[in-house]
Design a binder for this molecule. Structure first.
Ligand code: 5GP
Ligand code: ZN
Length: 120
């Protein structure tokens, strides 16, 4: 259910402080500690799932909830005219924290370029 060495599991359990914006039975949402956009939230499953490359059928409900709540969370934080939802996955996807998380990126104005060039 949780990995004692995982920083996002520790955030869910309150063992590491975070700026929480929402929590329900399946998901937890909080502000990214190093925002790269005016609105930068992370939405995560409360139960430990390491990456989108390692999901099972039984993860469908929580993954669906992460997406179905994203728009409301973005709007509540001021991203009321769209946002990006990004799930970095694995080495090639440059995932740094191995607990599935969706980045919600938004702000009052359109964001910059979508992706760095390969190798950047
Ligand atoms: P990744 O590169 O794995 O997709 O993104 C991990 C994200 O987690 C980064 O944007 C990073 O700023 C954020 N992060 C890492 N450690 C913490 C933390 O302790 N608290 C919060 N709020 N965000 C974190
Ligand atoms: Zn975890």
């Amino acid at each position: 259910m949780h990995d004692p060495n995982c920083i996002f599991c520790k955030i869910v359990r309150g063992e590491i402080p975070s700026r929480k914006v929402y929590e329900d039975d399946l998901i937890f949402a909080f502000h990214d500690i190093s925002p790269i956009a005016p609105v930068h939230l992370l939405v995560i499953p409360k139960a430990h799932v390491s990456s989108l490359a390692e999901t099972r059928d039984s993860d469908a409900a929580v993954l669906g909830r992460m997406m179905s709540e994203a728009g409301r969370l973005a709007r509540e934080q001021g991203a009321d005219d769209g946002f990006r939802l990004i799930v970095n996955t694995g080495r090639v996807g440059r995932q740094e924290v191995m607990h599935v998380h969706a980045h919600i990126l938004g702000g009052p104005e359109p964001l910059g370029a979508m992706l760095p060039r390969p190798g950047a």
